[in-house]
Design a protein around this ligand. Structure first.
Ligand code: NAD
Length: 429
């Protein structure tokens, strides 16, 4: 009986630790307290500027009418138009969209791009919907949000289960209503419809730039750097390839179905080809297979968690054997684990900085669309490098000046920038 009660208590504690909104709030509160923000400003910074719920009637392929619910939350427009993705999933909630939109505010502020934060979602199950049904949902959702989105107001992007095609539909619907083509209303569009070169690799490339800065800080040579990557998708796969090209050794790749290890380095380009051909990273000739639950604790210089949230938590953080953690994913470390990593002296490049390469190139896409003049990839990558390197320095210097760890520094810097914009603009009454 006592054992059961203890287990229930432990489960509840883990559930609380894994709740992303509570995690976001914990980070916000820590930074706001360290900054000494007054209650009024805290309220303004915390509360979303606008929340819209729409009920979208859509005719399904079999003729039935269905009503889907969608949200768009603009957390902040203090530093510029709201910016953030739209996700399609059966379990989308307004609370989730709220939390994710505030995350975007801090991410845009930390890399100092002139955007606020937003997020959207539609409650639907894309796995059972046809392309035609998804298109009708997307177009009606866009039409219902006509008055709140736009290049100067709120600029959506892809997120879970939405993609370039979804963005093309949004752009077209918005443009039809405006009677003129408005490519800058969304980012993440196909290249020949106003998308930006370098967007696909941007998040992984941003991870590379900040990791190189961290190596430099600790006088570590890229060619002597051992990397473990969790998640071999858009972020982790691209980061692994770019880090490999920069001379680092990818000693382990961890996926949902298994993990690979080679102390002499895995060739991620060959691995990507192998995965495309076989559908899995397993049975790759260039590495041995190891326990996927243990690979994250291999001794390495850099760990890149780039799969999902909450993988580093209070029960496993002490086992980490990395010098640097570059958070490719959103929220891979729980607030409880932050303290453990700090005590272990692990240098964490927090998600709102490490994976901000994606939103930075989205910003470049918006700029190029508004100019009607498109940059070559070299220019995109060079400007991305400049922003990532400067932002890394800003965060690390801020942390050293205020004697706080990098995540607290990133949040403090972001809150400070948004609070400064609010104070300068004043409260309109
Ligand atoms: P993705 O779907 O392309 O890749 C994720 C990879 O992780 C997949 O290969 C998947 O099989 C693997 N994976 C899933 N569960 C796993 C598990 N339990 N263990 C190991 N591997 C697992 O997604 P992505 O776009 O690369 O996004 C990854 C993370 O990065 C997410 O947290 C996302 O929110 C964040 N992020 C992405 C971008 C972007 O530009 N794509 C930008 C910022 C943040």
């Amino acid at each position: 009986m006592i054992l059961e009660a203890t287990k229930a208590g432990a489960d509840a504690a883990m559930e609380k630790e894994f709740n992303p909104w509570l995690a976001a709030e914990a980070r916000f509160n820590e930074a706001a307290t360290l900054l000494g923000l007054d209650d009024g400003l805290r309220k303004v910074l915390k509360t979303p500027a606008m929340e819209v719920t729409v009920h979208i009637p859509v005719q399904l392929d079999d003729g039935r009418l269905e009503v889907f619910t969608g949200y768009r939350v603009q957390h902040s427009i203090a530093r510029g138009p709201a910016k953030g993705g739209i996700r399609f999933a059966p379990d989308v909630t307004l609370d989730e969209v709220r939390a994710l939109s505030s995350w975007m505010t801090w991410k845009c502020a930390v890399v100092n791009i002139p955007f606020g934060g937003g997020k959207g979602g539609v409650i639907c199950d894309p796995s059972v919907l046809s392309q035609g049904e998804l298109e009708r949902i997307t177009r009606r959702y866009t039409a219902d949000l006509m008055d709140i989105i736009g290049p100067e107001r709120d600029v959506p992007a892809p997120d879970m289960n939405t993609n370039e095609q979804t963005m093309a539909w949004i752009m077209d619907t918005y443009s039809m209503h405006k009677r003129t083509t408005v490519t800058a209303v969304v980012t993440g569009k196909p290249l020949n419809l106003g998308g930006s070169r370098g967007r696909v690799e941007a998040t992984g490339r941003g991870c590379l730039f900040v990791t190189l800065q961290a190596l430099r800080k600790f006088h570590m040579e890229p060619t002597e750097t051992k990397v473990v990557v969790q998640g071999f998708g858009n972020v982790g796969g691209k980061a692994a390839i770019l880090m490999h090209k920069a001379g680092m050794k990818i000693i382990s790749v961890i996926e949902w179905d298994g993990a690979l290890y080679n102390p002499n380095g895995i060739d991620p380009i060959a691995l990507q080809k192998h995965r495309q051909e076989t559908g899995s990273i397993l049975e790759f000739p260039g590495a041995e297979e190891v326990d996927k639950h243990e690979a994250m604790f291999l001794e390495c210089d850099v760990l890149v968690p780039a799969a999902k949230e909450n993988v580093i938590h209070s029960k496993n953080a002490a086992k980490l054997n990395a010098k640097i953690v570059c958070e490719g994913a959103n929220g891979p470390t729980t607030a409880e684990a932050d303290k453990i990593l700090e005590e272990k002296g692990i240098f964490v490049i927090p998600d709102i900085l490490a994976n901000a390469g994606g939103v930075t190139v989205s910003y470049f896409e918006w700029v190029q669309d508004r100019m009607g003049y498109f940059w070559n990839e070299q220019l995109v990558n060079g400007r991305l490098e400049e922003i990532m390197v400067n932002s890394f320095k800003d965060v690390v210097e801020y942390g050293e000046r205020h004697k706080v760890h990098n995540r607290a520094a990133a949040y403090m810097l972001a809150l400070d920038r948004v609070a400064f914009a609010i104070k300068l603009r004043g409260i309109y009454a």
